[in-house]
Design a protein. Structure first.
Lengths: 451, 284
């Protein structure tokens, strides 16, 4: 039998004996990371299909395809190939749309997974390494999104690239050199499309998949953390075996994730590049919003005041602080959070039992505040759309969002902190002995009375 | 008899099977149909997904188990043994060789990294210059020259230097404003023949084409981040994140009455960079 044959050569059975019995705790929030993983599976599958038809080439060609409004227009070979994928290649459009939706859900699932880890304290010793790898994976997923978004070479993605170029060129001292190296010259360049392609289909996926494998190996070695409950201690893991329960559930989740993405890709139109048209350096579509996970960066650019100064002949451009410094700072704080928290709380011990968010009011409050900064900045990326919806001038909308960016996270964080304390207190009240009512009697003593 | 759970799983798998066959049928009999393909694919995948999950939750009698969580750290003895196995003495004793190897490695990295500089040209003065030169005729996107009178008041046109139509960094917006509305700096009073002003179309914030003109307020609005520039006052930024005015193109009319540039933009166009003010040397 084949298993014997393999075992005699690799000794796999002894390893499998333990592996099959490995315990996985059961909680819905533990599935968020799995959803992200399965999105990656869908992304790789659809991405391979798209790669076989996509042409990473910015050479101008004349569009002659079936989409009448663009016939005769000069477009890049890259844009033309995505048009062919959308209109002529069998299942091309559904593959493209599944790929795009899967990318959006991928970053969303990772973000929710990071939130779960954060608010339950699952990043604490011994899991700091996997936290760092996880933040790296989040960054890689965003980089994958940005590079992929730019490949169709349409007007919207070209605008995105232009803003990235402008942020890079503004980095003091090295900015212009860095931007010219990355883009192969002054924007717009023809080389950038093929370079983004190499990053999107080779370098970044290699890092991403390598990172995911490491993430899972560390998880396997360290075993899962678990919520407190009956029979659960800091020295065990309670749950069901890898085989068959976890394998069945994960397989089911893989197929369900893929099914939802297929449905979205089939019936919800996304990134209709024919409506935006090909990239043209002298035009821009309005209103223009990026994919959701880049919105907060765009929102920061929109809200930041026009501060640009020159000191000793060195200019600090307006987009540098909101476009480069603030995102860099936020991600550094996020990545180093486990170490900050351990230093402040002096808690350096290993934890297998998770916190409930209410048990850690300060962490929860700060986390909610940080999340609200992200939410407000994301909303700010739609300030022009919001101004139209509410029928007020975009200037007023922008000023309101500036105030909200400061006020909402502060108030929201305080509110979350307060709610945690109140929840903990009311629980404590239920557990403590019932209160007694005392009445003073005529002798100056006290009597217990009912109530 | 089969249980309810088994029946549910069977139905789910059956739906998946039929959906997959349906997908095959659409390939044979129909043109490509994104909605149909998506829905059938969702049923094919979802049927298996639902079936397997119902199977896992209802038909597997796997008990809850507990597994010990041992500390992962190695014992003191193991650590000592590992240190013994490392035998660093033979290496650390030869510190000169170690340093030399480090130096050789660093030099090798530098030598291998330098070819990356071939990825792009050095910026040089290219960010300070555009294709506009003194005497260059102002032409529209079709290459036709323009007289100030060709523009209606409060109309906008994207123009280029003759011979460089489409040059991204030379794109310029012409706007005709009533001369009495203009409040240009005194040294620029001659740059707007018949009230026609020319400004770089590239936003000084993040480089988007400043595509929207609000005629009643005489402002240019960038659709990317809503930077707003007053065209009457040298495109001074009045709202939004842009801090620098859009550079103004010095213009005049030639003997035939057509608009010509009298030089390049006085400042770099587009987003700011650190040595933007170093306009000395050949930039003028």
């Amino acid at each position: 039998m084949i298993l014997h044959w393999v075992d005699e050569r690799l000794g796999t059975t002894a390893w499998a004996r333990h592996g099959l019995r490995k315990v996985f705790p059961d909680h819905w929030s533990f599935l968020l990371g799995e959803v992200a993983l399965f999105c990656l599976v869908v992304l790789v599958a659809t991405g391979v299909f798209l790669t076989l038809f996509y042409v990473p080439d910015a050479t101008p060609v004349t569009y002659e395809g079936p989409y009448a409004p663009l016939v005769g227009r000069t477009v890049s070979a890259a844009f033309e190939s995505v048009m062919r994928l959308s209109f002529e290649i069998r299942s091309g459009l559904v593959m493209r749309q599944i790929h795009h939706w899967a990318a959006l859900v991928f970053v969303a699932a990772i973000t929710l997974h990071v939130m779960r880890i954060f608010f339950t304290g699952a990043f604490r010793r011994p899991r700091e390494i996997n936290w760092l790898i996880g933040i790296g994976l989040l960054l890689l997923a965003i980089a994958m999104g940005i590079t992929g978004y730019s490949l169709p070479d349409d007007l919207l993605s070209g605008t995105g690239l232009r803003i990235i170029y402008s942020a890079v060129i503004g980095i003091p001292f090295i900015g212009p050199y860095l931007a010219f190296l990355a883009f192969g010259g002054e924007f717009p360049t023809e080389t950038i499309i093929s370079r983004l392609f190499v990053f999107h289909i080779m370098l970044l996926p290699a890092l991403l998949i390598g990172g995911v494998v490491t993430h899972l190996l560390v998880l396997w070695v360290q075993k899962h953390s678990q919520f407190p409950g009956e029979g659960r201690t800091e020295h065990n893991v309670v749950g069901r075996s890898f085989w068959p329960t976890q394998v069945f559930k994960s397989t089911g989740l893989l197929f369900l994730t893929a099914a939802v993405l297929a449905l979205m890709g089939g019936i919800f139109q996304i990134n209709a590049i024919w409506a935006y048209g090909p990239f043209d350096a002298t035009t821009v579509s309005a209103p223009a919003q990026p994919d959701w996970y880049v919105g907060w960066l765009d929102g920061a650019l929109r809200l930041w005041p026009p501060i640009e100064f020159t000191l000793l002949g060195i200019t600090v451009p307006a987009p540098f602080v909101p476009g480069i410094l603030i995102p860099g700072f936020l991600f550094t704080v996020l990545a180093l959070w486990p170490f900050f928290e351990a230093r402040v709380t002096h808690d350096h011990s290993a934890h297998q039992l998770l916190d409930r968010p209410r048990d850690r009011p300060v962490r929860t409050g700060l986390g909610v505040a940080g999340l609200l900064v992200f939410v407000m900045l994301t909303l700010a990326a739609g300030n022009d759309v919001a101004a139209i919806i509410f029928d007020i001038p975009v200037e007023l909308m922008t000023d309101l969002l500036r105030i909200a960016l400061l006020a909402v996270p502060l108030l929201g964080g305080l509110l979350a902190w307060r709610i945690c304390i109140e929840l903990a207190r009311s629980e404590h009240g239920l557990l403590s002995p019932p209160s007694v009512r005392l009445e003073r009697n005529a002798d100056g003593g006290f009597d217990e009375t009912d109530s | 008899m089969r249980s309810a759970g088994e029946r549910a799983v069977a139905i789910a798998f059956g739906v998946s099977l039929l959906a997959s066959l349906g997908l095959v049928a659409t390939f044979i009999f129909l043109e490509t149909q994104p909605q149909l393909e998506g829905v059938l694919l969702a049923l094919a995948l979802g049927g298996i997904g639902v079936g397997v999950v119902v199977w896992a939750n209802g038909l597997l009698d796997a008990p809850s188990r507990s597994e010990a969580q041992h500390p992962l750290a190695s014992s003191e003895e193991e650590r000592r043994d590992a240190e013994a196995a490392l035998e660093l003495d033979g290496i650390t004793r030869r510190s000169f060789l170690v340093k030399l190897l480090g130096g050789a490695g660093a030099a090798l990295v530098a030598a291998l990294a330098l070819p990356a500089l071939a990825l792009g040209p050095r910026p040089g003065r290219s960010l300070f210059r555009t294709a506009w030169t003194a005497g260059a005729r102002v032409v529209d996107a079709s290459g036709a020259p323009i007289r100030p009178g060709d523009l209606a008041f409060d109309s906008v046109r994207t123009v280029f230097p003759d011979g460089h139509v489409g040059a991204p960094d030379a794109q310029t917006l012409l706007i005709r404003v009533r001369p009495e509305d203009l409040r240009l700096a005194p040294e620029r009073s001659a740059w707007a023949p018949d009230g026609v002003v020319g400004y770089s179309k590239i936003c000084t914030h993040a480089g988007c084409p400043v595509g929207l003109y609000r005629a009643e307020q005489h402002v240019l609005l960038c659709p990317c981040h809503q930077s707003t520039f007053d065209v009457r006052e040298g495109a001074r930024p009045i709202f939004g994140p842009a801090a620098r005015p859009l550079p103004q193109l010095p213009m005049d009319v030639d003997a035939d009455g057509y608009l010509v540039a009298t030089g390049d933009f006085p400042e770099p166009v587009g987003p700011s960079f650190w040595n933007l003010t170093h306009t000395d040397g050949e930039a003028s």
